[in-house]
Design a protein around this ligand. Structure first.
Ligand code: SAH
Ligand code: SF4
Ligand code: F3S
Length: 474
């Protein structure tokens, strides 16, 4: 009874949590399987950020109902943000679920599975709500779950996520994250550096630091405060590491010292994901984002002057409560002006329990949301295409991640060449033909074509690095 299956939706935080849960199960002798029906333990790591993410999980659970009737000894678990958000409601909507575990309690998953298997009945492990105790109690009930790393479980051997912060204290009015992920807490820098060292020793070349507002990171020990810029400088020293990225940034915390650190530290990616959410001050105020569109523009100007050529990407919500055509056009203007590398665009989805849901009516009709979504996406796509065109004829350095999506589906396992995918230092996706042994390497790729989302190129065989080596040795 040691075959788990796990399905993950949501953000990087959830990807990392799933990796950690699987690592903790492997330590107990579990062996992951790829199909839910083959598994003894089926886990869903869930997201509550939009209604659609929740619907998806309830529908997946529905598909397991019969299976569970036939094999009652199988364990079904709902983990993560929707578990914390819906709590008992999960058992009501899917009474055959055995396990409901919030994101702040994931360390208990192996123990709770064992309890269910020993016949103790359904189990639940949740953190305190944001008003259900003293500040200290609430913090303690949300634990950062970062057990020892299992190199086998990372999506690719040369890349890893590393959590530097849990929770969020920004309380944007539309957002459920602060209530399900709890108070913002930075992890101690010594722990982060030690984990990065372990990762580098395991062969990891690129680390992405994750937090909901990663650039708000602060850790105080006595008089000493460590911030993201300091952390980057510390991690930069680690031998073997070649790239450092961090997501997601909060516009108001984009300080000059961080931009300076990015400029000074060559391992740090020149890439910033820093969501604007809207181009209208009226909407930003209703969203309680804490900045104006003028502030955002000023931040963009600082980024552009400190880091020429850096890639910036954003998120937008369309159809937030009371959004008029004029408000929307201001988002269009901002997208045109900022020339983001890419933007994720979402239709507003009302989240029960948020300030937004109680203060404002979700009054923009769905077809209007859809049209605005498509319109903004079309403009962003056009810009993405134009920006990518600028790379035609250039040579870029790429960290090879693995077979491209297409190759993963179609290429025969033993074919000598296949389409590979990798990313540049500024997070642009590049595809090219290569061989499996190049995965994890840094290669120079000459770009000859592009789409709005992808650069297409070929490996430069005689690259500068080897020429230099040849000169030195000859
Ligand atoms: N902490 C990150 C990301 C949070 S969730 C940040 O602050 O940027 C990722 C994105 O989902 C957000 O940036 C926002 O654009 C979107 N989002 C959050 N709540 C939403 C909601 N209720 N409806 C639609 N989109 C939402
Ligand atoms: Fe949600 Fe805002 Fe926190 Fe991001 S910063 S997680 S959008 S509350
Ligand atoms: Fe979703 Fe939770 Fe991430 S709500 S976006 S999985 S923090």
């Amino acid at each position: 009874m040691k075959r788990p299956y796990i399905e993950t939706v949501g953000c990087q935080m959830n990807m990392l949590d799933s990796e950690m849960v699987v690592a903790s199960l492997r330590k107990e002798g579990y062996q992951l399987v790829a199909e839910p029906l083959q598994a003894d333990v089926v886990l869903f790591n869930t997201c509550s950020v939009r209604q659609h993410a929740e619907d998806k999980i309830y529908s997946a659970l529905g598909k397991l109902r019969r299976h569970k009737q036939k094999y009652p000894e199988k364990v079904i678990g709902v983990l993560g943000c929707m578990a914390q958000n819906h709590q008992k409601l999960v058992f009501e909507r899917a009474p055959y679920v055995d396990l409901v575990v919030g994101p702040g309690q994931l360390q208990r998953v192996p123990e709770l599975i064992a309890k269910v298997q020993s016949g103790a009945g359904p189990q639940e492990a949740l953190s305190l709500g944001r008003k259900d105790g003293s500040a200290e109690e609430i913090k303690r009930s949300h634990e950062s779950f970062d057990p020892l790393r299992d190199p086998e479980m990372r999506p690719t051997p040369s890349q890893a996520y590393l959590r530097i912060q849990i929770g969020c204290d920004k309380f944007c009015t539309y957002c459920i994250v602060p209530s399900v992920r709890g108070p913002e807490q930075g992890r101690p820098p010594a722990q982060i550096v030690a984990e990065a060292r372990t990762l580098a020793d395991q062969g990891c070349r690129e680390i992405t630091l994750v937090g909901q507002t990663v650039n708000s990171y602060r850790y105080r020990e006595g008089d000493r405060v460590t911030r993201l810029a300091d952390l980057l400088a510390m991690l930069h020293e680690i031998e073997g590491l070649r790239r450092l990225k961090f997501v997601t940034n909060y516009p108001k915390d984009m300080t000059d010292d961080l931009l300076e650190a990015m400029r000074e530290l060559p391992k740090v990616s020149r890439y910033l994901h820093v969501p604007a959410q809207s181009g209208s001050n009226r909407m930003l105020e209703r969203m309680k984002r804490g900045y104006t569109v003028e502030d955002y523009r000023e931040m963009m100007a600082r980024i552009r002057s400190a880091l020429p050529g850096a890639a910036v990407s954003s998120d937008f919500i369309v159809g937030f409560c009371g959004e008029t055509e004029e408000d929307f056009q201001q988002s269009v203007e901002l997208v045109r002006e900022c020339r983001f590398k890419n933007s994720f665009i979402f239709k507003y989805s009302e989240r029960p329990g948020t300030k937004g849901a109680s203060l404002y009516a979700d009054d923009v009709p769905d077809e209007v949301k859809r049209r605005r979504n498509n319109e903004l996406l079309a403009i962003q796509t056009e810009i993405g295409d134009e920006e990518n065109q600028r790379f035609l004829g250039q040579i870029v350095e790429v960290l090879v991640e693995g077979p491209s999506k297409q190759a993963a589906k179609h290429a025969a396992a033993d074919s000598p060449t296949l389409q590979l995918t990798g990313r540049t230092r500024d997070d642009r996706i590049v595809v090219f033909d290569g061989s499996r042994r190049q995965v994890g390497q840094f290669l120079d790729i000459a770009i000859y074509d592009c789409t709005p989302y992808t650069l297409i190129g070929e490996v430069v065989t005689q690259h500068a690095g080897s020429e230099l080596l040849a000169l030195q040795s000859g």
